[in-house]
Design a protein around this ligand. Structure first.
Ligand SMILES: [Zn+2]
Length: 316
């Protein structure tokens, strides 16, 4: 049974195909990916290995290729099929523990002088190209974004508060209104603004996904505008109905008190057409009279009838 692909996964599929041309950026992206989805494991001879977990096959493939081709490390992939419906498979990329892994971890800023290091990795933020690649890695490793049809929401989930703060700082550098909150053991860096999400996706290289996002947004905003117009028309219609109801009451009152025959010809004509067509708009009443009077003339006559009725009830 196949699970329908989510928007977040299609963004990741696109980003997994983006390969930085510069090695500085490749390292920055991998550093961020490992901080989001990687764990260190200790193997034989006390060598360190890495376990990287993701639910996206294309992301797993990307990590695998970089580890193998660029760093010549031994890898293994374990796929865990989910027994639950509508739940994705999980991919575990295992980097087999060897002494070379320590070297990689040092390059990625996760180790310093043989010790595990969990502080900020500012080395990757010196160049603008690397900052973008770093954010792309964060999204690939722990990001998610709502489909644009729903509420605007993009998030980067990390188990480290320090790392969450680093991401907020990096996003603020690009003027994104990023905020952080915690949920159980996780720290969530998020964006809630449609424009910001669009700009973020573009920045990290998801240009095709941005196009889709923009199109859906345009349709959604147009629909909202139409709804507003309809609401406005409904309000106008209500006003017309209320006015007509009041006019009919006035005319009935005059008819009862003194008879419509007592009115001057033009007013009697107006009173009769209103009584005959209580749902008609002012324009329609004018048309019923064959255009012998304009809208403002008709309005004037109806107002006159109202004054007569008010005089009859003593101004109440
Ligand atoms: Zn770079």
């Amino acid at each position: 049974m196949s699970v329908p692909i989510s928007y977040a996964n299609s963004v990741k599929n696109e980003l997994a195909r983006v390969v930085s041309s510069k090695s500085c950026c490749q390292t920055a992206e991998l550093a961020s990916l490992m901080r989001m989805g990687g764990n260190m494991v200790i193997g034989g001879n006390r060598n360190l290995g890495i376990n990287f977990t993701t639910e996206n096959a294309a992301v797993a493939r990307k990590v695998l290729v970089v580890m193998k081709q660029r760093f010549q490390l031994q890898t293994q992939v374990v796929v865990t099929r989910s027994r639950r419906l509508k739940k994705n498979n999980s991919y575990l990329v295992k980097v087999i523990p060897t002494s070379e892994v320590t070297e990689l971890l040092t390059q990625l800023g996760l180790m310093r002088e043989g010790e595990i290091y969990s502080g900020q990795d500012k080395a990757f933020f010196r160049k603008a190209c690397c900052r973008k690649a770093y954010l792309r890695g964060a999204f690939l490793g722990g990001g998610s974004v709502n489909r644009p049809e729903g509420d605007y929401h993009l998030e980067l989930v990390s188990s480290s508060e320090e790392y969450g703060k680093t991401l907020v700082g990096l996003m603020k550098y690009f003027n994104f209104p990023a905020r952080m909150t915690d949920r159980k053991a996780d720290y969530i860096v998020y964006l809630k603004d449609g424009d910001a999400i669009e700009a973020f996706l573009r920045l990290i290289g998801a240009s095709e996904s941005v196009k889709l996002f923009k199109n859906v947004r345009r349709v959604k905003e147009m629909r909202n505008r139409v709804n507003r117009l309809v609401n406005c028309e409904t309000a106008n219609l209500q006003k017309t109905v209320d006015a007509s109801f009041r006019q009919v009451e006035n005319i009935k009152l005059i008819a009862k008190a003194q008879g419509l025959a007592s009115l001057p010809g033009t007013l009697r004509e107006a009173a009769e057409v209103r009584l005959n067509y209580p749902e008609a708009t002012l324009q329609e009443l004018v048309e019923k009279l064959g255009g012998t009077v304009g809208k403002s003339g008709m309005n004037h006559r109806l107002r006159k009838l109202e004054q007569i009725a008010q005089a009859l009830t003593g101004g109440k």
